[in-house]
Design a protein around this ligand. Structure first.
Ligand SMILES: [Zn+2]
Length: 293
């Protein structure tokens, strides 16, 4: 995963500056496709569609904020950064601490960090400054993991961007409840649909770990209401009908789920048979559909 330029945004409420990272390139190696449509890819990541302001706490769509400039990833810390950090070894006993450190240093979700320590070697980041790379390497070494740091290329000198851009804090990832609140405020139904989809997946994230017991969606109060609204916003195309069927299953409406999948016969998407089988067993738990090689 190679970082792309970072957007420097101005918060639509307080005008404070915040940075949002982007990804220049990635790949789907080892990606896990979940039944709610979340793809957890250790080598790729979608930049946030909705962000939270670290200054005033407002949650807003990326598109609602003015982008006042971009920072080259090589200069985000205000100095040349060309170190590639690769996690090469992480013994079983070190995994929990290594995952915590990876999440402390990089914008990985819990599920991504878990996937990262299980699929080695893994490039954690490109374009990290030398001293940051050394500090990360030392932190992970103390936890029992091995990290390689190499300079990837000789980078051209560039003019430094304004200090206030480089000093701006990163956007915060909104929580499930903050996304649900945002979904009630956005103007278009297209945005509402995307934000409710994000809220659904965010709410399911803790359950992607095998160590967390499933809490049925039908008992999740305001989250359940949001998922019921999402169902009314999905379109009639086959991939969205599959999401609708999966939402029905997670809401415990198994016969509705089976009916929707049956209506899709002939245009079945990958994983639909898994979802159908689960619904036939009256199983409402989140499930992995497939893992990319
Ligand atoms: Zn703000």
């Amino acid at each position: 995963m190679t970082p792309g330029p970072e957007d420097v945004l101005s918060c639509p409420r307080c005008s404070g500056l915040l940075r949002r990272w982007t990804v220049a390139s990635g790949n789907m190696m080892g990606a896990v496709a979940w039944s709610d449509g979340r793809i957890v890819a250790p080598m790729s990541r979608e930049p946030s569609y909705a962000v939270k302001c670290p200054h005033c706490g407002e949650t807003f769509l990326r598109a609602q904020a003015a982008c006042i400039g971009q920072l080259s990833p090589f200069w985000t810390e205000g100095r040349r950064s060309d170190q590639r950090i690769t996690l090469t070894s992480c013994p079983e006993a070190s995994r929990v601490e290594a995952m915590r450190l990876i999440r402390a240093h990089f914008p990985y979700s819990l599920a991504e960090a878990k996937s990262a320590v299980e699929r080695l070697p893994l490039i954690l980041a490109d374009a990290v400054s030398y001293w940051d790379a050394m500090a990360i390497q030392e932190d992970l070494r103390k936890a029992g993991a091995v990290v390689d740091c190499v300079a990837i290329e000789s980078l051209p000198a560039e003019e430094l961007p304004p200090e206030e851009w480089r000093a701006a804090p990163y956007a915060v990832e909104p929580t499930e409840l903050e996304l649900i609140a945002l979904a009630g405020r956005v103007e278009s139904t297209a945005d509402e649909r995307v934000v409710r989809l994000l809220a659904w997946r965010e709410g399911n994230d803790p359950f992607r770990s095998t160590e967390v017991d499933w809490v049925p969606y039908s008992s999740r109060g305001v989250a359940r209401e949001s998922l019921e609204k999402l169902v009314t916003l999905l379109s009639r195309n086959p991939s969205e009908r599959m999401l609708e069927a999966e939402a029905m299953r997670q809401l415990g409406r198994f016969s509705d789920c089976i009916e929707l999948i049956s209506a899709l016969d002939g245009t079945e998407s990958p994983g639909s048979s898994t979802i159908r089988e689960l619904a036939e067993r009256r199983d409402d738990r989140l499930s992995v559909l497939f893992v990319a090689a």
